[in-house]
Design a protein around this ligand. Structure first.
Ligand SMILES: *[C@@H]1O[C@H](CO)[C@@H](O)[C@H](O)[C@H]1NC(C)=O
Ligand SMILES: *[C@@H]1O[C@H](CO)[C@@H](O)[C@H](O)[C@H]1NC(C)=O
Ligand SMILES: *[C@@H]1O[C@H](CO)[C@@H](O)[C@H](O)[C@H]1NC(C)=O
Ligand SMILES: *[C@@H]1O[C@H](CO)[C@@H](O)[C@H](O)[C@H]1NC(C)=O
Length: 587
């Protein structure tokens, strides 16, 4: 990619966090607590009620909190020692923490966040970057890095973080733990330092799906009643195309698990960028500006830019006074981000949010799950160039922007490792569908882990299985292109499927249909013949070959095909009509 414009860097100011901070932590000594904790403390739950009353729902669980939540008589650092020095101790503990403690959990410490919770690498220039316990040579991700690390290393059962542009989902993915971002404004953020109020949510990490679920029920004040079954699992193909590792490693696990638990009929595919392009007129307006040219006119990338633009504006609004009066030694990337003067765009950004929510709610309804990759690949290596590349930052944030801008809820689900690094997928449900999402996560989690093992094994044990599955994936993509009337692209994808597995009649038959649309009748005829050789009773192939031959002027052969289709399916009107039509021409 060409060198990014200055404008884009301002938009993506936070991404630079990675570059500047990671280089600094080269000579690092791994601490005993992986550098996750800033301070140990103990907030004890009330004594359990006497039997026969049920114990508190979270009794026996320990947790940690990212250091931007108020704790009575303490000062949160907000990832910045100058903040501590210039603020008074909190008078009250934030309601989310007190709710958790009253529900039986013990708070044991405060964890490291990116400076002013503004970054996605997980570093903090004052407190050092926590180590990723699963992949020591990789970044943990941020902004709530310490909380993710504390859970991944098993120091606590769960931990709280803040997710603005991915602060819980990204470190969850990089450290291999579950991370939940609730719908916007359904969990109280009173007593939590704001980053960008339109995007901020209080999220949580856990290793055990049961714990993730219980904490969610407590924080969302949900009751245990029957949940509905999912009716759609929609795989966002274009999002998986953004993944730098073989994306079938992720999609196959989801497809197999969903098939096992709910049946194949609930699965479908979408090109999310195309879907959103048709729905978001406000994003079009932003795209028409020069600045977004770097986003290659891609709807998803532009959405990522819009999220960053909005975050910069709101962050500036919240914190510019403090930054200017205290002049803390904050990093230049934060300074650059708050140099934004785009206040006139504020309304447009809000329109994007509004339209995004409408678009996703109508795609997902009450019982749909959108499946996307959480991040674009493995956690970047410490000090790697990748962290500073605009390609990495923009793609990563564009995936995060889907839930951040729509306010929908999203869960990061780890799916084992790939080249010894954690990988994950994400499920998104409509705004307000938090309970549905928590329930689905709990019921699918075990099967997802089983299927992960199967897929990993099949990858290593046989290239053939691998190819067959890759061929299926190519065909599915071909089907999507076909439905979108992108015939040439469909032909390419079906050809890829045939290259990987030449023994499937459906691939030739599908390609024949696309060739017919393109007017490539000879190729269509050849493909139909291949289909018939593999599957002699394929009615569609006879009908398609008949059509191709008719167009090529081979009327006699065409009649034979349609008549044979009638032998196989005597009541088929299409075949019947064609035979009659052709016979008339012939006479
Ligand atoms: C981490 O923060 C502490 C406390 O402010 C400081 O003493 C130390 O030098 C910092 N380490 C790094 C790597 O910045
Ligand atoms: C993006 O779209 C606009 C308007 O449709 C067009 O003028 C511009 O050249 C496109 N930019 C790129 C990089 O494709
Ligand atoms: C998609 O795939 C299925 C199964 O192979 C096939 O039957 C169907 O005709 C394909 N085409 C479209 C456009 O859905
Ligand atoms: C004819 O058969 C094809 C292939 O089985 C089928 O798709 C089509 O709907 C049938 N048409 C009619 C009118 O029955």
């Amino acid at each position: 990619m060409a060198s990014p414009s200055a404008n884009l860097w301002v938009l993506l100011g936070l991404g630079l966090a990675g570059v500047l901070l990671v280089t600094r932590s080269l000579r690092r000594v791994i601490k005993k607590d992986f550098g996750a904790f800033l301070e140990r403390l103990e907030l004890l739950p009330p004594p359990p009620p006497p039997p026969p009353k049920a114990p508190h729902p979270l009794s026996g669980l320990s947790f940690a909190v990212a250091d931007l939540f108020d704790i009575s008589e303490a000062i949160a650092s907000f990832g910045c020692p100058d903040w501590t020095a210039t603020h008074h101790p909190a008078e009250q503990t934030s309601p989310v923490i007190s709710t958790l403690v009253e529900s039986g959990a013990t708070c044991v410490g405060k964890t490291v966040i990116d400076e002013m919770a503004f970054g996605v690498s997980g570093d903090n220039k004052s407190f050092g970057m926590p180590a990723n316990p699963i992949a020591l040579d990789r970044i943990p991700g941020g902004s709530s890095s310490g909380s993710a690390v504390a859970v991944a290393a098993g120091f606590v059962d769960f931990a709280l973080g803040v997710d603005t542009v991915g602060g819980v989902r990204i470190p969850g993915a990089y450290c291999g733990v579950l991370g939940f971002r609730p719908s916007h404004s359904v969990v109280s953020n009173i007593g939590v330092i704001p980053v960008s109020p339109s995007l901020d949510t209080v999220g949580w990490f856990a290793k055990e799906p049961g714990v993730l679920h219980k904490v969610g029920y407590v924080l969302l004040q949900l009751s245990y009643t029957n949940s509905y079954q999912p009716r759609h699992f929609i795989m966002a193909d274009d999002c998986f195309d953004m993944v730098k590792i073989q994306s079938s490693r992720l999609t196959q696990v989801v497809v197999r698990s969903v098939e096992r638990l709910f049946g194949r009929q609930v699965l479908s595919n979408v090109n999310l960028g195309n879907y959103l392009a048709a729905k978001l007129s406000s994003l079009k307006e932003l795209q028409n500006e020069n600045k977004y040219a770097n986003a290659k006119n891609s709807t998803l990338l532009s959405l990522g830019c819009a999220m960053c633009g909005l975050q910069n504006l709101e962050f500036k609004d919240q914190h510019i006074m403090w930054i200017e009066s205290v002049k803390p030694a904050i990093d230049s990337y934060i300074k650059r981000s708050i140099s934004t003067d785009e206040f006139s765009k504020s309304d447009l950004y809000q329109s994007v949010r509004h339209e995004m929510r409408g678009a996703l709610n109508s795609l997902l309804k009450d019982d749909g799950i959108l499946v996307i990759p959480t991040v674009t690949g493995l956690p970047p290596k410490l000090n790697s160039k990748e962290i500073s590349s605009d390609d990495y930052i923009l793609n990563t944030l564009s995936l995060s922007a889907i839930a951040s801008m729509s306010g929908c809820c999203q869960v990061t689900i780890p799916l084992g490792t790939y080249e010894k690094c954690p990988v994950s997928v994400s499920f998104i449900a409509r705004h307000g569908g938090d309970r549905f999402l928590l329930d689905i996560t709990r019921s699918l989690y075990g099967i997802l882990q089983e299927e992960t093992k199967t897929v990993v094994k099949s990858k290593t044990s046989g290239q053939q299985v691998n190819n067959e599955e890759a061929a299926e994936a190519a065909k599915e993509k071909g089907n999507v292109s076909y439905r979108e009337k992108q015939w040439q692209k469909a032909v390419g994808l079906y050809s890829e499927a045939i290259r990987l597995n030449a023994k499937k009649a459906a691939y030739y038959s599908n390609r024949a249909a696309a060739y017919l649309e393109l007017g490539s009748y000879r190729q269509a005829e050849t493909d139909c013949t291949s289909t018939i050789n593999l599957d002699p009773k394929n009615v569609k192939a006879y009908l398609r070959r008949g059509t191709a031959r008719e167009m090529l002027g081979y009327y006699k052969e065409a009649i034979d095909d349609f008549q044979y289709a009638l032998v196989l399916e005597p009541t088929n009107k299409t075949a019947n009509l064609a035979v009659n039509r052709l016979k008339k021409i012939f006479q």
